[in-house]
Design a protein around this ligand. Structure first.
Ligand SMILES: C[S@@+](CC[C@H](N)C(=O)[O-])C[C@H]1O[C@@H](n2cnc3c(N)ncnc32)[C@H](O)[C@@H]1O
Length: 232
């Protein structure tokens, strides 16, 4: 059993997020400052990574990465275009195409990142897709097209904006008949968690959850990897 605090085990950016939320609530920073604080930490850390996983914020090996992230590909039930909101090094874009392809599902990946340096890294790693990797903040970015599958993490915007992010992605980015996929993230198991699951929280904002998947965590018995999706 890990001795790490459950919040840190779920999300290594937990402390930064909590501090940014507190500073925002206290009026010490505005929302632009909230994003700047995140980028100031994430961008140099990812750029210092020596492999495409660490350049996407993942500290594990390939097997760990696949166990944690391939739920995203499993949420894709048919061929289509996929936008990874927060694409970092672009590694999830290429892996989702590969993993879905193993089931005969053909995915065309696209990427968006708020950090210009990370979008540039993704473009240099994946020159064949350079024209479809964009820089922008998901809460405001106007896409040039719609996508059958859009993936995001809710922690990419201040807590009070999370329902707006979901609404915006559904209204502006997901194609008719498509899916907004949230995750995959680490969550506490139902038996031990205090407070609502992410699925319960998103449902409480008035969104219908169309499906979800979960699997055991790579090494922490308290946690599971989960994704959920909403259909348009
Ligand atoms: C943990 S990485 C995710 C990498 C990969 N997509 C995955 O799921 O494994 C999160 C990325 O989201 C980006 N990001 C954070 N907030 C964002 C926002 N509001 N709009 C667009 N990108 C954002 C960060 O710069 C970072 O590269």
């Amino acid at each position: 059993m890990s001795s790490e605090s459950i919040e840190m085990a779920k999300n290594r950016g937990y402390k930064l997020l909590e501090e940014s939320e507190a500073a925002l609530a206290a009026g010490q920073i505005d929302e632009a400052g909230w994003y700047q604080r995140g980028m100031a930490v994430i961008t140099p850390a990812y750029l210092a990574g020596d492999n495409p996983r660490s350049q996407s914020g993942h500290s594990g090996d390939e097997a760990h990465w696949r166990q944690a992230r391939s739920l995203v590909a499993e949420a894709m039930d048919r061929d289509g275009a996929f936008l990874d909101v927060g694409c970092a090094s672009g590694h999830l874009m290429e892996c989702v195409q590969l993993w879905a392809g193993e089931r005969g599902v053909r995915i065309e990946p696209y990427g968006l990142d708020i950090a210009p340096e990370l979008a540039a890294l993704a473009r240099s790693r994946l020159p064949q897709w350079a024209e479809r990797i964009w820089v922008g903040n998901a809460i405001a970015w106007v896409p040039p097209r719609r996508f059958d599958f859009v993936r995001t993490g809710l922690e990419y915007v201040p807590r009070r904006r999370q329902p707006n992010l979901v609404r915006r992605l559904l209204d502006e980015m997901v194609a008719p008949g498509g899916r907004l996929i949230i995750g995959s993230g680490s969550e506490e198991k139902d038996q031990t968690r205090h407070g609502p699951s992410q699925e319960e929280e998103v449902a409480s904002w008035g969104f219908g959850i169309a499906g979800s998947l979960r699997r055991p965590h790579h090494h922490d018995a308290r946690l599971e990897y989960r994704v959920l999706w909403i259909e348009v």
